[in-house]
Design a binder for this molecule. Sequence first.
Ligand SMILES: [Fe+2]
Length: 218
Amino acid sequence: MAKTPCRLLLVTLLLAGCSSGASLGVTSQPAAETTPFSSPLPEAQPQPTPASQVPAPADCPATLTPAQMEGPYYTAGSPERPVLVEPGIPGEPLLVTGVVMNSNCEPIAGARVDFWQADGAGEYDNTGYQLRGHQFTGPDGSYHLETVIPGVYPGRTPHIHVKIFASDGRELLTTQLYLAGISEQIPDSLFNATLLARDEEPDPTGRRHSSFDFVVGE
Ligand SMILES: [Fe+2]
């Protein structure tokens, strides 16, 4: 009589087997290897996908805006102001607009964007804050800069320096912007065409308008 139950249990008991002393009443594995039938496994809960792993939309630029050197003329503590133009500053008026976004093209609101540049004659103000200022991006990640077209200085084509900080103060990017149709004209080993601001239609006052969207890691 003992052989029949042993054969019936052979599939489920396998390693335990009748020879190990299993009786007809043995139906469970050692406690450490079992899951109580009274406590079914909880259903798997969907886990949020980190933003960095969310595929970017097809029309979203996949690459981060390249960094460039800060250079010797950065001064911390610039005033908060989107308009850097002041009476008497040489240079052709320039409007620069755009957004700051992450690599999924989600706008970054409240980012601090700090600009500094030379005037139209290629001169930096290294004692004060002329042509220096910071602003915070709006809810849509936008910024709006009113300035002048920077001039050339030895070895450099016209460019605008920029630093971008997260709302918690972390520095996200230091780079330089170049102006399409202008900055390509002068040899400069630092020039990077991917940092060219697009040439937009002039604004209603006839002012030159350029645009550039920054893509930064968070
Ligand atoms: Fe510079």
